[in-house]
Ligand binder design. Sequence first.
Ligand SMILES: NC(=O)c1ccc[n+]([C@@H]2O[C@H](COP(=O)([O-])OP(=O)(O)OC[C@H]3O[C@@H](n4cnc5c(N)ncnc54)[C@H](O)[C@@H]3O)[C@@H](O)[C@H]2O)c1
Length: 338
Amino acid sequence: MDKIRTAVIGIGIQGENHIKAYISHPLVELVGVCDINEKRLNEITRRYNIKNSFQDYNEMLENLELDLVSVATPDFLHLDPVLSVLDNGINVLVEKPLALRFEDAKKMVDKARDKGVRLFVNFSNRFNPPFAVLKNKVESGEFGKVLYSYIRLSDTIYVPTKMLSWASKTSVVYFLMSHTADLVKWIYNNEVSSVKAYAHFEVLKNLGIDTPDYVIAFLTFNNGSTALLESSWVLPESYPSIVDFRSEFIGTKSTAFIDTTFQMIEYAAEKYTFPRTYGASILNDRFFGFVKESIHNIVDSLLNKASPYTSEEDGLANIRILNAIEESYKKNKEIILK
Ligand SMILES: NC(=O)c1ccc[n+]([C@@H]2O[C@H](COP(=O)([O-])OP(=O)(O)OC[C@H]3O[C@@H](n4cnc5c(N)ncnc54)[C@H](O)[C@@H]3O)[C@@H](O)[C@H]2O)c1
C-alpha cells in the first residue's frame, strides 16, 4: 500500500477528530463517513467536503473499497460495527475502550486474527507528550523501576449531564480509566495482577444518570509495583477545565509529576478557563495534537513506515483490568487477574 483509503463510523465529537487526522495525512484518502444521525451526517459531510456518506455502516462497507475504518461510536456500541468492518476484511481502529465486556473484546480480536487484518485501539495518551517523555525515561533505565503512581483523570459534571447522551450506559471506569489503566500498564511495561476498587453513587444517580460519581482503583502489578487510579464525573462546571488530569510516578531512582490540566494558558474572560491546546486543536489552521499523532501512527504502521504503538493484546488487557475494577467495587472484594 502506498496510500490508504479510510472511513469513519460514528462522527460525533471524537469521530470528527478521526476525520481531521485522516484529512491531514498526506497518504490518506478519506472516502466516506457514517452516522445514524442524519443532521450530524449532513453537517460534517458539508464541513469537510466528504464524497460518500451513509446512515448504515453495512451499506458503506458494501459500497466503498477501504483499507482502514475508524469506529468512534459510543462506548457500548463498538461491537457490531467492529465485527462488520472485520467481516469485510478491513483493518479497524476502535476508540477506547475496545468494549465494555472482555468476551466482546475477545470476539473482535479473534475475528481480526481469523480475517488476517489488524485491530487497533486508539490509546491516544501514549502520544500525550509528558507521558511519552516519562515512558522514554523508564525504558532507558534512567527512571529506575516505577514503584508507585497516582493518576487522577476526572471530568466536570458537564460531561455526563450535557456532553454525552449515553453516560448511564458507560462509566468513569470505561470512559476515563481506560486511558489511565493503559498508561500505567504501558509505562510500567508490566501486567496487572490484582485490583481493589471502590465506587460511589449519589449526585449523578439523583439526576437520573445511573453511573458512579467517582471510582478509586488500586492496581497491583506482577512485579510488585502499584498504582492508584481515581476518576470522577462530578467536578463543578465552574472548574476552569472540563478535564482534570494530574499524576505522580515514584521510581527507585526518580520521580515525575505530570499536570496536564493547566494547558500552558490561563484565559480570563467572562469565565476563567484553561483552553485545551495540545490534545486535538486547530492551531494556525492546522490540526494539531496527540490525538492526531496516535491516529497517524496507525496509518503509518499500515504503510510500513512505523511500528504501531498499540496492539490487539493491549486492547484486551485494558478491558480485563476495567472489568476487574467494576467487579471489585460491585462485590467489594479484591479481584485477582489470571
Ligand atoms: N481517545 C480519546 O481521547 C477519546 C476522547 C473522547 C472520546 N473517545 C471515545 O470515542 C467514542 C465516541 O465518543 P464521542 O464523545 O465522540 O461520542 P458522541 O456521542 O459525540 O458520538 C458518537 C456518534 O456515534 C453515532 N452513532 C451511534 N450509533 C451509531 C451507529 N450504529 N452507526 C453509526 N453511527 C452511530 C452517534 O450518532 C454519534 O454521532 C467513545 O468510545 C469514547 O469513549 C475517545
